[in-house]
Ligand binder design. Structure first.
Ligand code: ZN
Length: 433
C-alpha cells in the first residue's frame, strides 16, 4: 500500500464539515459517524464508544431526551439510521493501527483528539470566516469555539496516513476520538485505554501558542479539577403564617456557597473555586423547599484538588445539617493534572522544527498550560505506569479567544499539525525517548 498523505484541501474540508455540525459532549453522533465513515474501510481496528466506555466513569452525561434529540439531528443531517443504531447511544471511538500480521503487538503510542463543541452561540457576522464561507454551526447554541473541529480533521488524517504505513510499524498505535472534553467529562471513562501504553501525545490548537507557525510543547500549570452539582431539599411553609415549620433549602445553599468560597488557599500552589449557578425557591412568600447549585474546584495538582473536594463535601454536608436538609452531590466532571515530560517535549519541538511550515525559533519545548484539559487524565495514566506524555499547543493567530462566539484559527496549520504527529508516531515506533 502506498503512503497517502491527504492534501491540505482534505483537512480543510473535514474541519469545515465538523465545524458545521457542532455538537455537545456525549451528543457527538454526527461527528462520530463522520469519523467512522471515513475510517471504517481502512485496515485498522475500530472500537466504538459503546464497547470501550466504562459507564461508571462517564460524568455529566446527557438526559435520555437530550440524547435522542442529538441522534435525531444527526439523522436529519444525513447519518443513516441503521449506522446510528450501531453506536447504541454512545459517542466516540478509538482506532488501533497495528503492524501487518502482528495483531497482538503492544500498543506503544496513544494520540487523543476531542470531538465536542462549546455551548456558545456562533457569531453570524461578516468578518467571521465560518459565516462568510457558509460553514457556521447549524446547531443553535453550539459552536466549535475551541478548535476541536481542527483536532478531528487532524485525527482523521493521522489514521489515514498511518494505516497506509502499517508495513513499517513494529508496534501498534492508538488514536482516540474522545467525547465531552468540555467540562472535563469524557476522558475518565476511557482512561483504561492507556493500559500498557508508553507514550501519550496530545495536541491542541492555540491556547498558550498564539503565534502563527509556532508550537509550545508543555503543560506546566494545568489544573486538576472537579465539577459538581449540589442539590438541597427541605420543606416549604408559609413565610408569614408559620415559617418555623419550613426547612429552608435556599439558606442552606447560600451558607454552603459562602463557605465554599471561604476555603483556604494552599501553600503548595494555586487553587480556584467558583460557584457559577445557583437556583432556589419558588415564591417570595414561600420558604424555599429546593435549591441547587453548580461549582468547580481546581488545584495545581490532583492532591490539592482532591483535598479541596473533600473540604467542599464537608462544608456542603454541614450546611445541610445546619438547616436540617437532605442533600446530594453529583460530580459532573473531573480530570487530573499532568505536566509534559521534558525529554519528550524537547523531542517533539525538534520534530516540529524539521517541518518547513513551523518556524524553528518558535518551536518551544516548554510552556504553560491553560485552564484544564482532560487530556491530562490520559497523560497521568501513562506516566503513572512509567510511560511519558506530552501536550503540544499548535500555534495560531486567533480572531478571538477560546470559547468566544467568533473564535477561529488558521486552517493552514492542519496539515503540518498532522505531519508532525505522523512523524512523531513513526519515530516513537523505533526509538525510546
Ligand atoms: Zn479545547
Amino acid at each position: 500500500m502506498k503512503t497517502i498523505f491527504p492534501p491540505q484541501e482534505d483537512f480543510i474540508r473535514w474541519r469545515r464539515q465538523v465545524h458545521k455540525h457542532a455538537e455537545p459532549g456525549f451528543g457527538e453522533f454526527w461527528t462520530t459517524y463522520f469519523v467512522y465513515s471515513l475510517l471504517k474501510d481502512l485496515p485498522v481496528r475500530i472500537h466504538l464508544g459503546k464497547d470501550i466506555y466504562d459507564r461508571s466513569k462517564m460524568f455529566g452525561t446527557l438526559s435520555a431526551e437530550e440524547k435522542l434529540h442529538w441522534q435525531e439531528e444527526a439523522a436529519k443531517n444525513g447519518v443513516p439510521r441503521e449506522e446510528l443504531a450501531l453506536f447504541e447511544g454512545v459517542t466516540g471511538l478509538a482506532v488501533d493501527i497495528m503492524p501487518v500480521n502482528r495483531e497482538d503487538a503492544q500498543i506503544r503510542t496513544l494520540f487523543r483528539f476531542d470531538l465536542d463543541a462549546v455551548p456558545v452561540q456562533e457569531k453570524q457576522d461578516q468578518g467571521h470566516a465560518p459565516f462568510e464561507l457558509g460553514f457556521s454551526s447549524v446547531n443553535n447554541g453550539y459552536c466549535h469555539a475551541c478548535g476541536h473541529d481542527g483536532h478531528v480533521a487532524v485525527g482523521i488524517g493521522l489514521v489515514k496516513v498511518l494505516a497506509s504505513m502499517r508495513q513499517e510499524l513494529d508496534y501498534g498505535i492508538r488514536v482516540v476520538f474522545q467525547p465531552a472534553e468540555e467540562g472535563v467529562r469524557g476522558a475518565y471513562g476511557l482512561k483504561h485505554l492507556c493500559a500498557g501504553v508508553q507514550y501519550a501525545v496530545i495536541g491542541h490548537i492555540g491556547m498558550s501558542a498564539v503565534k502563527s507557525r509556532s508550537i509550545v510543547c508543555g503543560s506546566e500549570g494545568f489544573f486538576a479539577t472537579k465539577k459538581l452539582k449540589v442539590y438541597f431539599h427541605g420543606k416549604s411553609a408559609h413565610a408569614g403564617g408559620e415559617p418555623e415549620k419550613g426547612r429552608n433549602a435556599l439558606l442552606g445553599a447560600c451558607c454552603a456557597v459562602m463557605n465554599l468560597h471561604a476555603m483556604p488557599r494552599y501553600g503548595k500552589g494555586d487553587t480556584r473555586i467558583n460557584v457559577g449557578i445557583l437556583h432556589a425557591g419558588s415564591s417570595a412568600n414561600v420558604i424555599a423547599e429546593y435549591a441547587e447549585f453548580a461549582a468547580e474546584i481546581r488545584g495545581i495538582n490532583s492532591d490539592v484538588c482532591d483535598d479541596l473536594a473533600k473540604r467542599a463535601e464537608n462544608i456542603i454536608a454541614s450546611a445541610a445539617s445546619m438547616y436540617d436538609l437532605e442533600y446530594r452531590i453529583e460530580f459532573t466532571g473531573m480530570c487530573d493534572s499532568a505536566s509534559s515530560d521534558e525529554d519528550l517535549a524537547r523531542f517533539i519541538a525538534e520534530k516540529a522544527g524539521e517541518i518547513p511550515y513551523f518556524e524553528q525559533e518558535n518551536c518551544l519545548p516548554a510552556g504553560k498550560g491553560f485552564g484544564s484539559d482532560d487530556a491530562c487524565t490520559f497523560m497521568r495514566a501513562v506516566q503513572e505506569q512509567g510511560g511519558k506524555a506530552v501536550y503540544c499547543m499548535i500555534g495560531s493567530r486567533l480572531k478571538a479567544g477560546h470559547h468566544s462566539p467568533d473564535f477561529d484559527f488558521e486552517e493552514s496549520l492542519l496539515r503540518p499539525f498532522c505531519e508532525l504527529f505522523v512523524n512523531t508516531a513513526l519515530a516513537l515506533d523505533k526509538k525510546t525517548v
